[in-house]
Design a protein around this ligand. Structure first.
Ligand code: PMV
Length: 331
């Protein structure tokens, strides 16, 4: 009998949400309440190799050199089960995953992790998914992951059900030379996971208002992005970040993601703008600040950020391509 051995490796970027996904309409399938908009990050990525084989007795998952179990493993196995079912295969798998950013830096890795897993696992088992199907599969692992599969700038259309909720491309990576300088201000593990934050969001009295306000904010931000109107874009970006964090801070129980360093950067950006240097902030479910600026100001802003006492280090990102297959396997 021919010995079956299926193996594939892929690479995928994390993404920064300009319009955020916060709160789930259906938590089982990560269906959001609103559309969201993002940019893929060139310097925050995950590489994953998946192998299915009759030699394996059980699924095993290794992330950054350590075998994971419980909830972390279950989320991966959930995706493996979906592709196995679709391909009518029953082999167990070995999954080895590496992030290029430090695991303890508080940089969200679920977007890169689940988009790369969707491609590597589906290819390994012999499925050839379309971009739409790949986005849907990635979404089932982690909502934000559905935006990492397309190149450059993405919009996740919230949809009505699983088949209609996926990301499409808004613009290619070279459309606009934006930079996302991630200022890492905390290396401790984050306080509440995004899963907990999504669940708590609906308990905030401000959640309904956020959804109402989002209608015009999404339209305006998309327009500012496509017309490359940086200052208008930046103001909307900050408004949106504050809206998410206000919901988090007023959830029951409240979640405060910001720390001293977060506030320090918010104040500094205001000061720098008054002096004619243009950059704006956004944060995901953590204290680190994503400082968005134009290519021409990258060096100066990075220098100033690194000089701030609360900043541990920075990561400079350009708009990047989406999930890709790789030739070299990790094992
Ligand atoms: O994909 P999740 O479930 O980890 O949620 C991501 C939530 C935010 O990063 C805060 C916002 C977003 O749209 O990426």
């Amino acid at each position: 009998m021919r010995k079956k051995l299926y193996k594939a490796t892929a690479k995928s970027p994390a993404n920064i949400a300009f319009i955020k996904y916060w709160g789930k309409k259906d938590p089982k399938i990560n269906l959001p309440f609103n559309n969201s908009i993002s940019m893929n990050l060139s310097n925050c990525f995950t590489v994953t190799t998946v192998e299915f084989s009759s030699r394996f007795k059980k699924d095993r998952v290794f992330i950054d050199g350590k075998e994971v179990s419980a909830e972390k493993k279950n989320r991966v196995v959930n995706i493996l089960d979906i592709v196995r079912k679709r391909a009518k295969e029953d082999f167990r798998a070995k999954v080895v995953s590496k992030n290029n950013f430090p695991a303890d830096a508080g940089i969200a890795s679920s977007a890169s992790a689940f988009s790369v897993l969707a491609l590597a696992a589906s290819k390994a088992v012999g499925l050839n998914l379309s971009l739409k199907e790949l986005s849907i599969l990635a979404r089932l692992g982690s909502g934000s992951a559905c935006r990492s599969v397309v190149d450059g700038f993405a919009e996740w259309k919230r949809g009505r059900d699983s088949q209609t909720s996926f990301a499409i491309q808004l613009a290619s990576p070279d459309f606009w030379g934006l930079r996302d300088i991630v200022a890492v201000v905390a290396k401790e593990k984050k306080k509440a996971s995004s899963t907990e934050g999504h669940a708590a969001a609906l308990t905030s009295p401000h959640y309904k208002m956020r959804l109402i306000g989002l209608k015009s904010r999404i339209k305006n931000l998309k327009e500012a992005l496509l017309k490359k109107q940086f200052k208008r874009f930046g103001q909307l970006l900050e408004e949106e970040a504050i809206s998410l964090h206000m919901v988090a801070m007023t959830s029951k129980p409240p979640i405060f993601y910001w720390n001293k360093g977060t506030i320090e950067i918010i104040n500094k950006l205001d000061e720098w703008r008054a002096g004619g240097l243009w950059a704006y902030f956004t944060m995901d479910a953590g204290p680190n600040v994503h400082v968005i600026c134009q290519q021409r100001d990258e060096k100066e802003i990075n220098k100033r950020l690194k000089n701030l006492p609360e900043v541990v280090f920075t990561i400079i990102n350009k708009p990047a391509r989406g999930t890709r297959l790789m030739n070299q396997h990790l094992f």
